[in-house]
Structure formats: structure tokens, C-alpha cells
Design a binder for this molecule. Structure first.
Ligand code: SAM
Ligand code: SF4
Length: 370
């Protein structure tokens, strides 16, 4: 009797998805708790359908350049946190970063993501000049992922030509956030996401799945927060334990939970760009990215960092693709995507939200390829 009631509750929720109705926190909790293989397949198929309808079949590639592993912060989960004295630190020079951007552009990338720890040795002026040169000398969109700065610095970088900014809020549970971030503040982080939007950036954020102490209610609220923030990009990847952090010994997030959150993020946000993350590929190297692309994701971020630095950007252990050259990564990922029958986008892969509203679908697709 009880089972029957649960079945009908689940059918009602699936029917809501079918009819494109909003999901409540309770609906999301029920879906995140699913374990039965047939139910999960149904959820993933629905998410794949939503992906196809709202963002199409194209997969966008972003070339990821990890340009410094120095960080002033001490986030409890992160292998490059300030307190980890066991890693060798590196900083790429502006010329090295530019050379890497040229290489990425030559390999056909239309977006580069410049990511680092919070390294204040690169001033806003240094970075603005770098962005200006990238925009002048190559034909790529620029995404920054450099952590917390002042509003004025974000403004300067936007004026220099940066298109997008990635700043994960990591968890929407304020108490958990404060437990894991000894030197960050939840409200400040959220305020920055609002600034970035006001300034004009395409805004990306996201969370880790399986953080110690995180509940499925937290994950349901994370997904609703993505929607509330009207994000252009949402990155969700598993937490992977690094032994040189205060969280040593904790379990990793799971692949299945990551899949569920990706699928529900697609269903709830519809248009957001969602990457199949490197952390996911690390836990499931054979087909993690491919599976994610078939249940909601539409972006992959191959690493283009010079090989000599890759292993040093060790957010977590056993990261995939640390020995392959940029050309090899491009070829490998390209092959994996094409094997799914999905085309690789030739456009910049700008945000679908804003453009679609302003232009309508057909004109948007044309503009994005210019
Ligand atoms: N420092 C910037 C910041 O924190 O926004 C950008 C770089 S930071 C390394 C990029 C992301 O890596 C973080 O937002 C976090 O979600 C992720 N990350 C850090 N440590 C991780 C771990 N142990 N497992 C999985 N992801 C991790
Ligand atoms: Fe630094 Fe970002 Fe790692 Fe936190 S997550 S320690 S800010 S690199």
C-alpha cells in the first residue's frame, strides 16, 4: 500500500517534468533520493530531452588554463589551499599565458577559461592588460575564474573585454559553507554573484557534490538557488578528498549523485550551460563525461595548461589528463563527443539566456558563430 502511494507520488513528479511545471524542494528531494535503475533511467532520459530542446545537440569546448596554484585562501577541501606546504607552487608569466591562449585558439577553441587560486600577485591591471591582449590578438571569448576581488576590479576586467566569470558558491547551506571556509563569508560570495551579473558578465556558479556533512535537502536547495540566481553556467562536480587538507579521510562524492544533480539542474534551469567536469572524469575516466553529456550536460573543458604545470594544480588527487599535451586532449575529447553523435560547436558558446531573450533562436545561433 505504502509502495503504491510512493509510486504514484513519483509518477506525479515525472508528469510535472513532462509538462514543464516547476519542481518544489520536496519533489527534488524525492528525485535525488532515487536509487532504482529504471527510475534513474527515466529521469536521465527526461533530462536529455530537456537538454536537446533548450540547448540543442552541440557541445561547447572551453580550453582551461590553470595559470597559478598560489592561493591566499584555506578552503578545507582544496589541495592548493594556502596551508598545504607540501605542494610546489607555480605562476605562469603573462607571456606564457598568452602563448597558451594562442595555442588554444589554433586548436580551434573559441573560449579560454583562465583559472587560478586567489593569487593577488596578478593585479587587476596585469589581468586587464592580459584580457585586452587576448581580445585584440585572438578570436576567443574569455572566462575568468580567479576567486574573490573588489567590485571595482571585476568592473575593470569586464571593461577590458572579459565575457564571463565563474565563481561557485560551493553549497547553499550557509552553516556548512562557513564550516568549510575559514576565511570566506557566504553572504559576500553571494553578493559577488549579483555584482557580476549587474556588471554584465555571463555568470557561472556551482557546487560540489558529496561534501562532508551535505544532505540531499542541501542539494535540492542548491538546484533551486541555481534557478533563483538565473545562472548562465552551472558546474556541478563530485568532491574528491585530498589527503593534505583538514578533510583527509572523508569519502568522495559519488558519480551517481553527481549525475542526478546534473540531470535535475538541466531540468530546472533549462538553458544553462552545464559542463561534464574534470572531477567527474577523475572518478570515472572511461565514460563519465560521455554519460554526463547524455543526461543534461552540454560543455566540456579540456585542459590546455602546459604539461609541466598540470600535476601541480592538484585540487584533488589522481586528476585525469595531466600528462597529455593540449593537442592530444583536444583530439581525445573531440573523438569522445563525436562518438556520441553530437556535433562540436564552432561558435563562442555564449549564454543562451540573455541572447535568446534578446534575439530569438535563429538569430542567436547566427550571432554566436560570428
Ligand atoms: N580559486 C577560485 C575559486 O575558488 O573560486 C577558482 C579556482 S578553484 C580551485 C575552482 C573550484 O575547484 C572550486 O570552486 C571548487 O568547487 C573546486 N574544488 C576545489 N577543491 C576540490 C576538491 N577537493 N574536489 C572537487 N572540487 C574541488
Ligand atoms: Fe583557493 Fe579556490 Fe582552492 Fe579555495 S577553492 S583554496 S579559493 S583555489
Amino acid at each position: 500500500m505504502l509502495l503504491k502511494r510512493e509510486d504514484s507520488l513519483l509518477n506525479d513528479i515525472f508528469s510535472k517534468i513532462d509538462h514543464e511545471q516547476e519542481l518544489s524542494k520536496e519533489d527534488l528531494v524525492c528525485l535525488i533520493a532515487l536509487e532504482n535503475a529504471a527510475d534513474l533511467t527515466r529521469l536521465y532520459n527526461l533530462a536529455d530531452r530537456v537538454r536537446q530542446k533548450y540547448v540543442g545537440d552541440e557541445v561547447h569546448l572551453r580550453g582551461l588554463i590553470e595559470f597559478s596554484n598560489y592561493c591566499r585562501k584555506n578552503c578545507d577541501y582544496c589541495g592548493i589551499r594556502r596551508g598545504n606546504r607540501k605542494i610546489e607552487r607555480y605562476r605562469m608569466t603573462i607571456e606564457e599565458i598568452l602563448d597558451t591562449v594562442y595555442e588554444a585558439a589554433e586548436l580551434g577553441y573559441r573560449t579560454v577559461v583562465l583559472q587560478s587560486g586567489e593569487d593577488m600577485r596578478y593585479t587587476a591591471d596585469n589581468l586587464a592588460e592580459l584580457v585586452r591582449r587576448i581580445k585584440r590578438e585572438t578570436d576567443v571569448a574569455v572566462t575568468l575564474s580567479i576567486g574573490e576581488r573588489s567590485r571595482e576590479e571585476y568592473e575593470r576586467l569586464y571593461e577590458a573585454g572579459a565575457d564571463r566569470f565563474l565563481l561557485r558558491f560551493e553549497t547553499s547551506n550557509r552553516e556548512l559553507y562557513h564550516r568549510l571556509h575559514p576565511d570566506s563569508n557566504y553572504d559576500e560570495r553571494m553578493k559577488i554573484l549579483v555584482w557580476l551579473r549587474e556588471i554584465g558578465y555571463q555568470v557561472g556558479s556551482g557546487v560540489m557534490i558529496g561534501l562532508p556533512g551535505q544532505t540531499i535537502e542541501d542539494l535540492a536547495l542548491d538546484i533551486l538557488k541555481f534557478k533563483e540566481l538565473d545562472l548562465d553556467m552551472v558546474g556541478v562536480g563530485p568532491y574528491i578528498c585530498h589527503e593534505e587538507t583538514p578533510l583527509a579521510g572523508h569519502a568522495n562524492g559519488t558519480v551517481e549523485m553527481t549525475y542526478k544533480v546534473i540531470a535535475l539542474t538541466r531540468i530546472v534551469t533549462r538553458y544553462a550551460h552545464i559542463p561534464a567536469t574534470t572531477a567527474l572524469a577523475t572518478l570515472r575516466p572511461d565514460d563519465g563525461r560521455e554519460e554526463a553529456l547524455q543526461l543534461g550536460a552540454n560543455v566540456v573543458m579540456p585542459n590546455v595548461t602546459p604539461v609541466k604545470y598540470r600535476a601541480l594544480y592538484e585540487l584533488y588527487p589522481s586528476k585525469v589528463c595531466i600528462r597529455e599535451k593540449a593537442t592530444q586532449c583536444r583530439g581525445c575529447i573531440g573523438g569522445r563527443i563525436l562518438s556520441l553523435g553530437r556535433p562540436i560547436s564552432q561558435g563562442y558558446g555564449h549564454s543562451l539566456y540573455k541572447k535568446l531573450n534578446a534575439l530569438g533562436t535563429a538569430k542567436f545561433l547566427k550571432e554566436d558563430k560570428k
